[in-house]
Every structure is written in C-alpha cells, then in structure tokens.
Design a protein around this ligand. Sequence first.
Ligand code: NAP
Ligand code: ZN
Ligand code: ZN
Length: 349
Amino acid sequence: MLAAKGYAAQSANATLAPWDFERRDVGPHDVQIDILYCGVCHSDLAQINNEWFPGIFPMIPGHEIVGRVVKVGEHVKNFKPGDLAGVGTLANSCGKCSHCEDGLEVYCENGVIPTYNGIDRYRDNLPTYGGYSNTIVTDESFTLRISEKLNLAAAAPLLCAGITTYSPMKHWKVGKGHKVAVLGLGGLGHMAVKFGIALGAEVTILSTSPHKASDAKKLGAHHFVVTSNAEEVEKVKASFDFIIDTVSAEHDFDFYLSLLRLNGVHILVGIPPAGFTIKSVGMFQLGRKSVVGSASGGLPETQEMLDFCAEHNIVSDIELIDMKDIHTAFDRMTRGDVKYRFVIDMATL
Ligand code: NAP
Ligand code: ZN
Ligand code: ZN
C-alpha cells in the first residue's frame, strides 16, 4: 500500500483534520497522480454532514481533482509520468452493463462507485477516498486528460461542476434560439452560464442574491433576474425553454415551473436534501412541461467536455484557498458567498 496524507472527517458533521491513510499500490491498469488542486463542491459538505445518506467515515471528500501523473502501471496506454490528469466523481463501475458499455458509467445498472464515500466492491472492497489529499491511484479508464493550455487550478472544477452542467445541456440539445435560465449562481450555476453562452443560447440568471448582478454581466449572461423582485419576474413568466436548476436547498418548484414556456424543461442538477414537491398538476399539463434530472456524466463525455473547454478557453472562476481554511470556505458556500468555486491549493496540505 502507498502512504498518503489528507484532510478527513472522522465522523458525520466532524471538522476536517489531517489524517494519514493508505492508497492501493499502482496496479497494471492504474495511474498515480500527485494532486495539485482540488475543487470544493457543495456535495462535499452535504456528504460530510450525512445530508443524503449515512456516509462512510473517515471520509476524505473531493471529486474535482487535477494533478501530474507520477507513475503508471504496465498496461496503461494513454498516460505517462509528467502528464496532467484529472479525476471527477467516479472511481469505478461494473464495466459490463449496457450503460457502462455505452460510456454512461455514472448510470451503471449495478451501481457506480464514487470517488469518495464509496466501497469499491468491483475491485478490493476498500473505501474510496477523495481529492483533499496529496496523491490518488485511479484506473486509467476513470482518468481524464487535461490540456496544458488551461489554467490548471481553474480547470479543477470542470471535473464536477463542469460536466454536471455540460452533460444535460448536450443531452437536451441546448443551443441557438433557446432561452435558458440558470437557477442559482454558484459553482455549478456559473459553469452552466459559460456553457449556455458557448452553445449559443440566450442565458438568464435567476438568483436570490441581488449583489451578483455585476458578476452576471462579467460572466456574459444576457439577463439577470432577482427572484424576489416581482416586477422582474413578471417579465420572464412563461418564457424559458430550459431551466438548469443548481439550487442545493429547498425551493418552490411551482414558482419556477411558471417561468417555463410550452414544452419547457426543468433540469434538476442540484440536490435539495428534502427532495422536491410540485403542487400544481395543471402547470405541467397546460404547458406540456417536464421536470428531468441528470447526474454528473460518463467518462467519454467528461473528456469531450474538457476538450471543448480547452478549445473555447473555458475554466471556472475560482478563489484559491489553503487546506486549513476549508471550513471558512464551507461556511461561505452555505451562505451563497462563493465566487464562484473554491479550489484548494494542495501544496498547503
Ligand atoms: P453552490 O456553489 O453552493 O451554489 C448553489 C447556489 O444555489 C447558491 O450560490 C445560490 O445562488 C443558490 N441557492 C442556495 N440556496 C438557495 C435557496 N434556498 N433558494 C434558491 N437558491 C438558492 O453549490 P454547487 O456546488 O454549485 O452545487 C449545487 C447543487 O448541485 C448541490 O445540491 C450539489 O450537491 C449538487 N450537485 C449535483 C451533482 C449531480 O451529479 N447532479 C453534481 C454536483 C453537485 P444565488 O445566490 O444565485 O441564489
Ligand atoms: Zn460535485
Ligand atoms: Zn455498469
């Protein structure tokens, strides 16, 4: 086993603190990456706090991982020491079901193994540990290539915030002529704005935070609507083809459905712990509207997204933090005060 260092929560709701642990040895199909940066996703906080399901502790969060390859197994074809590489939300999947065969590993019929907070039952039955750590060993087929053209720290959030917003936009063919609303301007939301613009859509940000208006403009969004302002909301009633909903907390779905036009699609990527409730059946039927969901993305599409970002020079807007300041970052993220993704500089571990 390989000695590794990380920041772990020893139990649910615990403060993250330094923890020495072990990674598996580099197998024939494995890549070992020395982690340089790791993004901070709202899902990290949700899982430390057991918001979705009882977690596996000690837990080392982090699934927006970038770094340099230091070692590869003898059968590895696409990576060599010195290459940049990334790891997103997935550590493993069954590799045999029809979804895995189609490159949709995140939807593995037998259950995907997450990068952390999972037990890799397809390999060694050991817990998986995430990117708030100095090094990681991953199967080559779950490792992504990162262009040297991109700012590396700012590319880290592409591994989750990026693919989670890119994937549904591609699946539902968002593009020219579409009016797209991005609900919630946080880590996922600001990436959705960038992809929406790159794909040619007219993008409106729906936000609870009036002070984000100037940032919305800088991001290139066409419109900015404060959802508590009735006058602004009235102007966008029944107007959107798509809402990309990135909100992490409970919110009023009936209200947002009223902003969709005929055949409009409400795409849920945020994960409110209490789930969601829709009271107005008529709202669906009379507008022929849909509510759909999407998880991060499969490996081929994640690579496609990273290549798209390199081509269009798209990265995340980040605040680089020291590892010890992670709880300040969590607190600010909870208050919606993040511009627009915290990324940990792993040299500070
Ligand atoms: P984040 O940076 O904290 O952004 C969430 C944004 O939602 C906030 O900045 C805020 O934007 C808005 N918001 C917060 N509370 C709200 C409320 N009560 N009502 C309306 N808006 C509210 O979080 P993130 O990292 O982007 O993650 C967003 C969600 O996606 C989380 O639930 C996360 O777990 C989930 N997620 C899902 C996947 C997936 O595979 N589907 C992958 C990654 C993350 P404004 O200030 O603009 O209102
Ligand atoms: Zn995430
Ligand atoms: Zn599978």
